[in-house]
Design a protein around this ligand. Structure first.
Ligand SMILES: [Zn+2]
Length: 448
């Protein structure tokens, strides 16, 4: 069906709610509030988002949702996670990053199989949908299985095969990333995007990164990489590479010529920030993970000021330990106020914009999602605000960031399809997912 024909068909109309959304063309913190609004959806896209009454062509639809007393928001974007790590939630906590990785996480990950990743990703997907996350960026293993979970739950995702260039099977892993691209890029009604996933400069030698870049060029794909998460990683890079930080090093080899999504960017210099801004690198800021692993505080206010595209991520569930993006938005606001000794830093509107449009920008997908604007994919959520902690209604943007909870999310629409309605998941047997994930996690721990 052509888009023009599509535009005439309204599938869902939501009415009566407050519509809150960042604006693509606005400044980082520009968020609009429409008190009594309407959102019309057709062919998976937003056809109208504005005041009620909507123009006549957007008033009748196959399905009408009376959303009085609710807030409609663009879905949250989790710009960095490792979804199947839900199976390791609570398995190893309160440890130093390298010991945590080397003694606990990497050894148990060696036993993972595709069944584990499928059920771990299913668990992650339903947890995220319940928390209003409509898109996530994942970098992990057995990504075919992760793609199937994305297909089966209705969520949107950017998937990358995590590539450890220093490992003996790095060529096979890169081939798996290529195969993932061929099999899944654009699949599940366009909900799946495939990127390349070099893990980090300290796990990927430069000659391996050259091969990854060649593949990304061939398939016109983006990159998802961890950069400058710890101080030790930056010092090691400088010692090994003629004084260059991981960001300077990646810039020098041309990695940022690809659409790059960089997780963490905690220990960055003013020069690093300049590079991130000039090269349009997206940054996924993970405040909970950075706090839990005591990695440090990313200079997010300075990055935003320099025009860096900053979104928010949960990181994997074993360093968080949940996938609640709303919590990340609140903690980002709190952490940077404390770090800067300035309560005006990261106001609520800016935190909300980072959780939605900021993540979309960081992933290079803001022309498609991140705000409630005509022409964008219909990825939106309804928050039920008829609750004690959401009254009185002085400022709803403030309430979303400083008072709302993940379980205030009542309804989730992704790609124009309802995947949760009034708290009930559509087309997924939630109890089966919980039971299977529990079973796989127990069996995995028994192997370690
Ligand atoms: Zn990570």
């Amino acid at each position: 069906m052509t888009e023009a024909a599509c535009d005439k068909k309204v599938d869902i109309v939501l009415e009566g709610m407050t519509v809150i959304s960042p604006v693509s063309s606005g400044k980082a913190e520009t968020v609009t509030v429409i008190d009594k609004g309407t959102v019309a959806i057709g062919c998976g896209k937003i056809l109208y988002a504005g005041p009620s009454p909507a123009p006549p062509e957007f008033r009748s639809a196959k399905k009408r949702i009376d959303a009085s007393g609710m807030i409609a928001l663009p879905g949250f974007v989790n710009a960095h996670t490792h979804t199947a790590m839900t199976l390791l939630r609570g398995y190893a906590d309160d440890m130093v990053l390298m010991e945590w990785l080397e003694e606990k996480i990497w050894p148990i990950e060696a036993h993972l199989d595709s069944e584990d990743v499928y059920w771990g990703t299913m668990l992650a997907c339903i947890e995220m949908i319940r928390a209003g996350v409509t898109t996530f960026a994942d970098q992990y293993f057995f990504m075919d299985a992760a793609a199937k979970a994305v297909r089966d739950t209705g969520i949107r995702a950017c998937l990358a095969r995590g590539l450890i260039g220093a490992s003996p099977d790095s060529s096979r892993a890169l081939q798996e990333n290529i195969d993932l691209y061929k099999a899944w890029h654009g699949e599940a009604d366009g909900r799946i995007t495939v990127m390349f996933g070099p893990h980090a400069p300290y796990t990927c030698p430069l000659d391996f990164l050259e091969k990854v870049m060649a593949a990304a060029e061939e398939y016109d794909a983006g990159m998802h990489i961890h950069l400058s998460e710890t101080r030790g990683e930056v010092e090691e890079s400088k010692a090994r590479h003629g004084g260059m930080s991981p960001i300077e090093l990646m810039d020098s080899i041309g990695l940022f010529e690809f659409r790059t999504l960089a997780a963490h960017c905690v220990h960055v210099s003013p020069k690093d920030i300049e590079i991130l801004s000039a090269k349009g690198v997206g940054v996924a800021h993970n405040p909970t993970s950075n706090m839990k692993l005591a990695s440090g505080i990313a200079p997010v206010p300075a990055m935003l000021k320099a025009g860096v595209k900053v979104g928010l991520g949960t990181d994997g569930a074993s360093s968080n330990n949940n996938l609640d993006l709303l919590e990340e938005a609140r903690l980002a606001a709190f952490l940077h106020k404390l770090a800067e000794n300035d309560p005006t830093v990261i106001p609520a509107g800016q935190a909300l914009a980072m959780a939605t449009l900021g993540g979309a920008k960081a992933m290079g997908m803001d022309s498609e999602m991140g705000s409630l604007e005509p022409g964008k994919k219909a990825d939106l959520i309804l928050l039920d605000v008829n609750k004690p902690h959401m009254h009185p209604r002085h400022d709803l943007i403030s309430h979303i960031i400083y008072s709302a909870r993940a379980d205030d999310v009542a309804t989730v629409i992704i790609n124009g399809q309802t995947v949760m309605e009034d708290g009930v998941l559509v087309g997924v047997d939630e109890q089966e997912v919980l039971a299977k994930a529990e079973e796989r996690a127990k069996a995995l721990v028994a192997k370690a």
